[in-house]
Design a protein around this ligand. Structure first.
Ligand code: FES
Length: 109
């Protein structure tokens, strides 16, 4: 396990998601609004578990803490990676994320 810098916090504006490729891992970094000044950050696998489409290009559902695949509309929990709707049936990976100053840090297996 290694903790690595994925990006700067300013690279992912609030209420958006962005793909980063780090050490062979394809990551979807999500920045949701929250009551504190830092916001709520999530990192999940960027590749939809149904087919090879980028989840970072999908719509966010902040009230459900979920992201919607842009291709066929499966939604995935940002907290657990579990799909909440078909056609996807398998989860995507989730990664531990920490904000260290202006850096988004993730723990990779
Ligand atoms: S590619 Fe994501 S739901 Fe089909």
């Amino acid at each position: 396990m290694a903790e690595l810098r994925v990006c700067a916090t300013g690279d992912v504006p609030e209420s958006s998601a962005r793909r980063f490729d780090i050490e062979g891992h394809r990551l979807c970094v999500v920045h949701l609004p929250s009551s504190d000044s830092v916001g709520a950050w999530y990192v999940i696998g960027d590749e939809c578990s149904h087919a090879d489409y980028s989840l970072a290009e999908g719509d966010l559902w902040p009230e459900d803490c979920a992201i919607e695949c842009p291709q066929h509309g499966s939604t995935f929990s940002l907290a657990t990676g579990e799909p909440r709707s078909f056609p996807a049936t398998r989860p995507v990976p989730t990664y531990s994320v920490q904000i260290d100053g202006d850096n988004v840090m993730v723990v990779l297996p």
